[in-house]
Write a protein that binds this ligand. Structure first.
Ligand SMILES: NC(=O)c1ccc[n+]([C@@H]2O[C@H](COP(=O)([O-])OP(=O)(O)OC[C@H]3O[C@@H](n4cnc5c(N)ncnc54)[C@H](OP(=O)(O)O)[C@@H]3O)[C@@H](O)[C@H]2O)c1
Length: 325
């Protein structure tokens, strides 16, 4: 018997149901993982609320770390006892699960399961955003929204490592202090300050080379005014709601801007990309180029509370949930 989350109807955190069920029979190419830690990501709230619709009933959770406890006879890459992690595979809110072996990566010896679950999805997102989608370098000035969040704090350190100047936005003074401690050059308190005016002021009216926006509805259109001519707007999330439709004419009138809406599914799930991106993330962590802020640890049995806190903007850094069953 295992425990897993099920959503029968979209709704708030109260729609998260824990249920006992039997683990399905292993299929060819699969292994069984016993989770030790499960990563919480904002996408989980979109799946729960229905912002990203999934056929119902559905499982939840896109990131986990744990130990291989069983495997199909055709799997040669992994042995029982291997420590592994994965991203973008629905169903991580569970005590045990079956998963295709080709979706896994081995967790290096110097990285704990908790660290792997805290860093992999968010770190791979940062890797593709700043090293492949827009190759950030020391000539760039970057605006990154929600800089004290899970993705934000990792991005802050990674972008500093690449030598760029980074301006972040944050909801509270406490988050601003944390962002500065993680290398952010300037933090705008975007609930009380006009972030467009402040960005212009901080760049002597020049604007930034790139905006990374995971907030969406409240910031994405306004953010176009923070860019230099030929600048790039990367809307990679919707924590405040979906970005409204954009008229291409607006991109023309504001200086031949580039606009993209990328996903980790495209940039990080093909085997080569998965190995490259996860390898870079583990390397950055092992060599202390990035460090993790895992201040808010929850148990898997408290997943509803974790969703509530994340959506109320109470959390900062990476959230992981311990398998407490
Ligand atoms: N496209 C991709 O490949 C990809 C992959 C991973 C994550 N993402 C996106 O990246 C973003 C960050 O993800 P995360 O898991 O690290 O979350 P997070 O940044 O830890 O949490 C979201 C943050 O967004 C800010 N926010 C602004 N308006 C908000 C609102 N109305 N409601 C809730 N939060 C609001 C809050 O920070 P302040 O209090 O500082 O405003 C909040 O802490 C999300 O949009 C997520 O969907 C995209």
């Amino acid at each position: 018997m295992i425990k897993e989350v099920e959503i029968k109807a979209n709704g708030g955190p109260e729609s998260i149901l824990w249920k006992d069920c039997e683990l399905e029979k292993l299929k060819p190419g699969q292994v069984t993982i016993e989770h030790t830690f499960v990563g919480l990501n904002f996408i989980d709230t979109y799946h729960r609320s229905g912002l990203y619709p999934l056929p119902l009933p559905t499982k939840l959770g896109m990131e986990g770390a744990g130990v291989v406890v069983d495997k199909s006879s055709d799997v040669n890459e992994y042995e029982i006892g291997d420590r592994v992690a994965y991203v973008m595979a629905l169903g991580s809110y569970s005590t045990k699960r079956n998963i295709e072996a080709n979706k896994l990566v081995k967790i290096p010896k110097d990285i704990s399961d908790q660290q792997a679950a805290a860093v992999l999805l968010k770190g791979m997102t940062v890797e593709y955003l700043v090293e492949r989608l827009f190759k950030v370098n020391n000539t760039h000035t970057v605006l990154f929204h929600a800089i004290a969040g899970g993705v934000g704090l990792l991005a802050c350190q990674w972008i500093k490592h690449l030598g760029a100047k980074i301006i972040g936005t944050a909801g509270t003074e406490e988050k601003a202090i944390l962002a500065k401690q993680n290398g952010c050059d300037e933090v705008i308190l975007y609930k009380s300050e006009n972030f467009v005016e402040k960005t212009k002021y901080l760049t002597n009216d020049v604007g930034v080379d790139v905006v990374f926006d995971g907030v969406g509805k409240d910031t994405a259109i306004l953010g176009l005014d923070c860019l230099k001519p030929l600048g790039t707007m990367v809307v990679f999330g919707n924590s405040s709601g979906n970005c409204p439709p954009i008229d291409p004419g607006l991109l023309a009138s504001k200086g031949s801007l580039f606009f993209t809406r990328p996903t980790l599914m495209t940039y990080g799930t093909k085997k080569n990309d998965l190995l490259h991106s996860s390898g870079r993330v583990f390397e950055m962590l092992s060599t202390n180029k990035i460090k993790l802020e895992i201040n808010t640890s929850y148990n898997l049995s408290e997943v509803s509370k974790a969703h509530t806190d994340l959506e109320l903007r109470k959390t900062f850094g990476s959230i992981v949930m311990k398998n407490d069953y």
